[in-house]
Write a protein that binds this ligand. Sequence first.
Ligand code: SAM
Length: 245
Amino acid sequence: MIIDILTIFPGFFEGPLRESILGKAIQEGLVKIRVHNLREFTEDRHRTVDDRPFGGGAGMVMKPEPIVRALESLQAEKPQPRIILLTPRGYLFNQVTARRWSLYDRIVLICGRYEGVDERVSFFVNEEISIGDYILSGGEAAAVVVVDALVRLIPGVLGNKESSETESFERGLIEYPQYTRPRSFRGYEVPEVLISGNHERVRKWRILQSLLLTRERRPDLFAKVILSREEKELLEKFDRFGATP
Ligand code: SAM
């Protein structure tokens, strides 16, 4: 997969693209990430990327020409990329979107700054995406979030295939709680079932915990999940008798 990032702050990505899972995936050639400075696509002496808003108002707006010129230069290469604009008004990014995008060979992420980008840029993109209901200073932090979520889904990036498939949100459920040593920490104990050595009990306990957490904290997700017969039974036993595996 190739991910192209359009930004006026290319330096922003130096740390995130060097470290940990992302850094390793790049080094191993599992993903290629190219960061392009939008100022390279300006044609004036001052390399201007923004201008005052028509109609007045606070702040500056990113001009459409450098962005569209950059897109056109990237579209000259094959295969055609999926073009994504990062914007607080976009559809909300989630794990389903990450999975869908991880299937593309090429993705372009456009990072806005200032008051955002000229509205007409939307005619040149395939999707507009927001990473959450809050305002960031620029699309760069959002691009790092998206790239991180995408890259860990590329086959071979995570050592163990299991670890991305059982994670929170893969089925619209939050993951069960995890514990490591010590067994007792400042008076808080690891649940007995996890040290019982009974794998079947552990499996069921984790399913129930995942269901209970999702139901309590994310009723919006829980309402959409189609429960298996086993999951329904575990929940029912808990609700009626307080029974845990
Ligand atoms: N004036 C805009 C508004 O009220 O919607 C906010 C612009 S924001 C300060 C500048 C840039 O940050 C945006 O163009 C976008 O690229 C990025 N950005 C901010 N919040 C974001 C979010 N929640 N998701 C994705 N991108 C975001």
